[in-house]
Design a protein around this ligand. Structure first.
Ligand code: ADP
Length: 256
C-alpha cells in the first residue's frame, strides 16, 4: 500500500511516497512553496520516481503553511505533528526536535514513544529562521547551500549584534566594508541564527537525542553552532528537510 505526504512550505514544496508505512520509495523537493506550481511539480516528480500514478495512492496527507490550499489531500495535518512523526521514523530515540524552516522555527519535545509532549515556536521574527539566511545569502551573493563550506573556513566568528533582520542587513554590509573576511562573516550569520533558536530551545527541557529538521538543518554551520550553544550532539539526516512530508505520509498510512 502506498501513501503520499506533501509539505507545502513558505519557500519549498516537499513530497514523499511511502510503502506500507515503512519504506520511503521516493521523494522530491522543489524550491517554491505556497502559491507556486512547485507543489504540483513535486507531486508529479515523486510519483514518477516511484513508478506509480495517482490511482495507486491509498491516502494523501498535506502539511506545511500551504496545507489548506491543496485539493489533492485526504487529510490536513499540522507541521508539528508531521515533524514529530517524521523525526521519530528516522531517529526512533529522538526526544527533542529543532525545526528551522523558511519563515519560522519550532522546538518540539517528544515522549519516548514519539508523541509530542510540548512545543515552542517563533513565527513572529525573521531572525532565527531560514529567511534571515536567505536575506544574508542574497546580500553576499553566496548560495545558501555554500554557506556551510564557507563557514568552515572561518578563522574567527564575526558576531552580528543586531537582533532585527533589517538592521543586521546593514551591519553585514558595514562589516564587509570594514574588511571582515567573508568566511568569518558567514560563520557569524550561522551563529546568529543558531543562537536565537537555542534561546528558544532553552525554554523547554532539552532531552537527548536531539535532531534538527527543516531546510536550515542542511546548513552545517548552523548545526555546529547549535551544538555549541546547547552543549549536546545534534543528529542529522540528509532527509531533514523532508521530515514534514515523511510524517504526512506516515499519518496518511495510519488513517488509511
Ligand atoms: P519551508 O517549509 O518554510 O518552505 P524549509 O524547511 O523547506 O522551509 O526550509 C527552507 C530554508 O532552508 C530556506 O529558507 C533556506 O535557508 C534553507 N535551505 C534550503 N536548502 C538548503 C541547503 N541546501 N543548504 C542550506 N540551507 C538550505
Amino acid at each position: 500500500m502506498y501513501t503520499f505526504g506533501i509539505d507545502i512550505g513558505s519557500t519549498t514544496s516537499k513530497c514523499v511516497v511511502l510503502k506500507d508505512g515503512t519504506e520511503i520509495v521516493s521523494s522530491s523537493l522543489f524550491v517554491g512553496g505556497i502559491g507556486t506550481k512547485s507543489p504540483f511539480l513535486a507531486r508529479e516528480e515523486a510519483l514518477k520516481k516511484a513508478g506509480i500514478t495517482d490511482k495507486d495512492i491509498s491516502g494523501t496527507a498535506a502539511t506545511g503553511y500551504g496545507r489548506n490550499r491543496t485539493e489533492d489531500a485526504d487529510f490536513n495535518v499540522s507541521e508539528l505533528s508531521c515533524h514529530a512523526l517524521g523525526a521519530h521514523f528516522i531517529f526512533p530515540r529522538v526526544r527533542t526536535i529543532i525545526d528551522i524552516g523558511g519563515q519560522d522555527a519550532k522546538v518540539i519535545s517528544l515522549s519516548g514513544d514519539g508523541k509530542m509532549r510540548d512545543f515552542l515556536m517563533n513565527d513572529k521574527c525573521a531572525a532565527g529562521t531560514g529567511r534571515f539566511l536567505d536575506v544574508m545569502a542574497a546580500i553576499l551573493q553566496v548560495p545558501v547551500n555554500e554557506m556551510e563550506g564557507m563557514a568552515q573556513k572561518a578563522q574567527k566568528i564575526s558576531q552580528i549584534s543586531s537582533t532585527c533582520t533589517v538592521f543586521a542587513e546593514s551591519e553585514v554590509i558595514s562589516q564587509l566594508a570594514n574588511g571582515v573576511e567573508m568566511p568569518d562573516l558567514i560563520a557569524g550569520i550561522c551563529d546568529s541564527v543558531a543562537g536565537r533558536v537555542a534561546s528558544l530551545a532553552k525554554r523547554i527541557t532539552i532531552v537527548p537525542e536531539v535532531c534538527m529538521s527543516g531546510g536550515v538543518a542542511r546548513n552545517g554551520g548552523v548545526r555546529l553552532a547549535m551544538e555549541r550553544y546547547l552543549g549536546t550532539e545534534i543528529r542529522f539526516s540528509e532527509q531533514a528537510q523532508l521530515f514534514g512530508a515523511i510524517g504526512a505520509a506516515l499519518y496518511a498510512f495510519q488513517k488509511s
